[in-house]
Write a protein that binds this ligand. Structure first.
Ligand SMILES: Cc1ncc(COP(=O)(O)O)c(C=O)c1O
Length: 407
């Protein structure tokens, strides 16, 4: 009764680990949740107030999204990118995940995915019946592809159209792409499309955020939303900005939206205006300061000659590789860590790495972000004592992993 292509799919990896962790907690065990990656911070108060103020909004909104919200998003992105977007280029969806899925449904071509990539791009390709190509990237290039690796795929299938997914700062690596310009040359040369997943852009730690859009604006779909920087994953609001020259794609996504979710929840859309128009500088600065300190803490304390990883540059993840462990797959490695240490991690294979590469995603968000935010100020450094006090499970998890690896 179920299609083979669907029958063979499991639950999305990140949601599955969340459910598995809850089961273990229900058994009375203390689990360290390094598996699921959700913002630990509360939604800014002013945005929550706007949601309350708009709870009475009950009508269906336009399929493409509330015009006032689209204007505020166009202005927000125009300021960030020093460009001039029009609200008609913006489409609002119930999270970017759904918009990506509709894009894959509409697109007639093939998908290029750097390994590692976010867990849902590839299953969405399978559901939408799009061929996909993995590029195994290297830590030396911050886990992003080199332009010649992208070109090799294009040259093998010259007649096809392609979409390349680039997500920087990246989930799962926590790295920022340093060779965007080089990648953009190939994009322009072969006239391919890019989905620039910028969901962690506001959480770039040190460097100024750079988007592929700056190098090839006609070929880049910008994807962003409220889920990460605004702590509002459960509100389900995301958007695409689609280049004017790709208006056909926008039209098709809109048709698919009209036949599926109709429009995003009205109160959420009204409230989201204040997320894009309000001044949330302090909130974002504090979020980044906390995430950067915790990321640095994990990096400094876990890294050794037995576990290697790159220093986090944005978002809330890092990718430890276990050099002295002997497992057939990263999945077996993570099962053992969950069973022995009660620490949930996600196997690298969920992100497209070869199964025998003993690498895992560690999400450093298992702490009370609201409390941590209250306790620090922007003028003082975050100390080890702060981390011990306000993120004790991070310290516990790192210590447990460290002694497991040493023995
Ligand atoms: C890289 C990446 N892209 C997209 C998403 C989807 O975000 P949403 O559907 O909440 O907009 C996530 C969420 O985990 C993510 O990590």
């Amino acid at each position: 009764m179920i299609k083979d292509s669907i029958k063979n799919l499991g639950l999305s990896a990140t949601l599955k680990i969340n459910e598995k962790s809850k089961l273990i907690v229900n058994q009375g065990k203390n689990i360290i949740k390094f598996g699921f990656g959700q913002s630990p911070f509360p939604v800014p108060k002013t945005v929550v107030e706007e949601l309350k103020n708009n709870a009475h909004e009950k009508s269906y909104l336009p399929i493409q999204g509330l015009e006032k919200l689209r204007i505020s998003i166009a202005n927000y992105e125009s300021k960030k990118k020093k460009y001039s977007f029009h609200q008609d280029q913006v489409i609002i969806g119930p999270g970017t995940k759904e918009l990506m899925f509709l894009m894959q449904l509409a697109f007639d071509g093939e998908i290029i995915l750097p390994a590692p990539s976010w867990v849902s791009y590839m299953p969405q390709s399978i559901i939408a019946k799009n061929n996909y190509h993995w590029i195994q990237t290297k830590a030396e290039n911050n886990w992003f592809p080199k332009s010649h690796e992208i070109e090799e795929i294009i040259l093998k299938n010259k007649k096809k159209k392609f979409i390349l997914f680039i997500n920087s700062p990246n989930n799962p690596s926590g790295q920022v792409c340093k060779n965007l310009k080089e990648i953009s040359e190939i994009i322009k040369k072969h006239n391919i499309l890019v989905l620039s997943d910028e969901i962690y852009s506001e959480l770039t730690f040190d460097t100024k955020y750079e988007s592929l859009f700056e190098y090839c604006s006609d070929d880049v779909i910008i994807s962003n939303g409220l889920s990460k920087w605004c702590g509002a994953g459960g509100w389900r609001l995301g958007y695409f900005i689609i280049p004017k020259k790709k208006v056909e794609l926008l039209k098709s996504i809109k048709v698919l939206a009209s036949e599926t979710f109709s429009a995003v929840s009205s109160p959420i859309q009204y409230a989201a205006i204040s997320a894009f128009e309000g001044n949330h500088t302090n909130y974002i600065k504090k979020s980044k300061k906390i995430l950067k300190s915790i990321g640095d803490y994990v990096y400094r304390n876990l890294r050794s000659n037995k576990i290697i990883m790159n220093k986090p540059m944005g978002g809330f993840y890092l990718l430890p590789e276990f050099l002295n462990k002997n497992f057939d797959t990263s999945s077996n490695l993570c099962d053992e860590i969950l069973e022995k240490l009660n620490i949930a991690l996600l196997p690298g294979s969920d992100f497209g790495f070869l199964e025998n590469k003993l690498i895992a995603r560690l999400s450093f968000t298992d702490f009370d972000g609201e409390n941590f935010m209250k306790k620090i100020n922007l003028d003082n450094d975050i100390t080890y004592e702060d981390i011990k006090n306000y993120a004790p499970k991070i310290v516990e998890g790192v210590n447990k992993l460290k002694s497991w690896v040493e023995n």
